[in-house]
Design a protein around this ligand. Structure first.
Ligand SMILES: [Zn+2]
Length: 341
């Protein structure tokens, strides 16, 4: 399987995120993608190529122009205020506060953020535009006839909504990939999100549409991040009603329960009969993950890949979460190898 990769992911290296009331080193850091790339190479998964530049137009197909403009200028505006450290928001536009966009960069950071675990840094913009290009180059390769392509995207994307960042995510790489497939002539695309956390951003982007089927298997938001989205009764709205499926599972669910949810999700994908599939590939469902609570073993990821492969669809995998850094490569490449069997 072909892998698309850019070294520019390293430019996003946040110093700290707020966890349990303390600033701690970011779980989401460059070593994650480095470990995955190392495993891709050592296992001989296939060629690794650089992304091609696709510009901002495909990004603006799924993200709000004001939000994209904010991300593009935020670091320069932040440091112009005399700051030389990462930007984290310190409040949110919540219930009964005005939904107006503030003028000041600090207010805009609060307006466009979901949490304070997503530091905006000097390298955020070049890293996230490179990640979008990685996802879009994977779609170029699907269009050219590849059956499966691995977009080694970092930072991840599935928590990024139309107009906010969060959960280490700024641009929603999987959503950009899915929209690009539609813009190239696909009639229907399915996105399967197997990360431990609900793909709230992807759901947000496609919630009112019937040309993208979104399915997510994740820790129950009643107890797990992102808490405010990802429940089983969220089925879509308007034209999108019936095209959104959430499979929230209790945090300590067994592997058997997880695969039962996968089987149901894959059944819905088959029923939808999409032209292509995008997989939000998080491997934080792993038993050793430091911030998640499912218990998939490394061999289970081979089985996951096989089952996705059994759909027989052109498939782009976009890397999402996975914070057990040592085995992240093993687990991710197991999915890709399982798919290719
Ligand atoms: Zn996750």
């Amino acid at each position: 399987m072909l892998t698309i990769y850019s070294d520019k992911h390293r430019l996003q290296h946040g110093k700290a995120e707020l966890i349990d009331g303390t600033l701690k080193p970011c779980f989401e850091n460059p070593s994650r993608a480095d470990m995955v790339l190392q495993e891709v190479r050592s296992r001989g998964l296939g060629p690794v190529i650089e992304p091609l530049a696709h510009g901002l137009e495909p990004v603006l197909r799924v993200h709000d122009a004001g939000y994209v403009g904010f991300l593009q200028t935020a670091w320069q505006r932040w440091t112009a205020m005399g700051r030389d450290y990462d930007a984290l928001p310190k409040m949110w536009q919540i219930r009964r506060l005005r939904a107006a966009i503030p003028e000041h960069v600090e207010g805009q950071l609060c307006y466009y953020s979901m949490d304070c675990g997503t530091p905006l840094t000097a390298g955020t913009w070049p890293a996230i535009t490179a990640a979008a290009d990685v996802a879009l180059t994977a779609i170029d390769q699907l269009e050219a006839g590849q059956r499966g392509v691995f977009a080694l995207t970092r930072p991840p994307g599935h928590h990024a909504a139309r107009d906010y960042c969060g959960g280490y995510c700024f641009f929603n790489n999987a959503a950009i990939a899915a929209q690009s497939l539609l813009d190239r002539g696909a009639k229907r695309v399915a996105i399967l999100d197997v990360d431990y956390h609900h793909g709230n951003g992807t759901q947000d982007i496609f919630y009112q549409r019937d040309d993208v089927l979104f399915l997510s298997i994740h820790g129950d938001p009643a107890t797990e991040y992102p808490f405010f989205l990802g429940f089983a009764d969220e089925h879509g709205e308007g034209a999108g009603l019936g095209f959104n499926y959430n499979f929230p599972l209790p945090a300590a669910s067994s592997v058997a329960l997880w695969f039962a949810a996968l089987e149901t999700a894959l059944g819905e994908v088959r029923r939808y009969a999409p032209d292509a599939l995008v997989v939000s590939l998080g491997v934080d469902t792993f038993e050793g993950d430091p911030i998640s609570r499912f218990s998939l073993a490394s061999t289970d990821f081979l089985r996951l890949g096989e089952q996705i492969g059994s759909l027989g669809l052109p498939t782009a995998f976009c890397m999402e979460g996975g914070y057990a850094v040592e085995p992240i490569g093993l687990n991710a490449v197991n999915v890709l190898e399982g798919f290719s069997m």
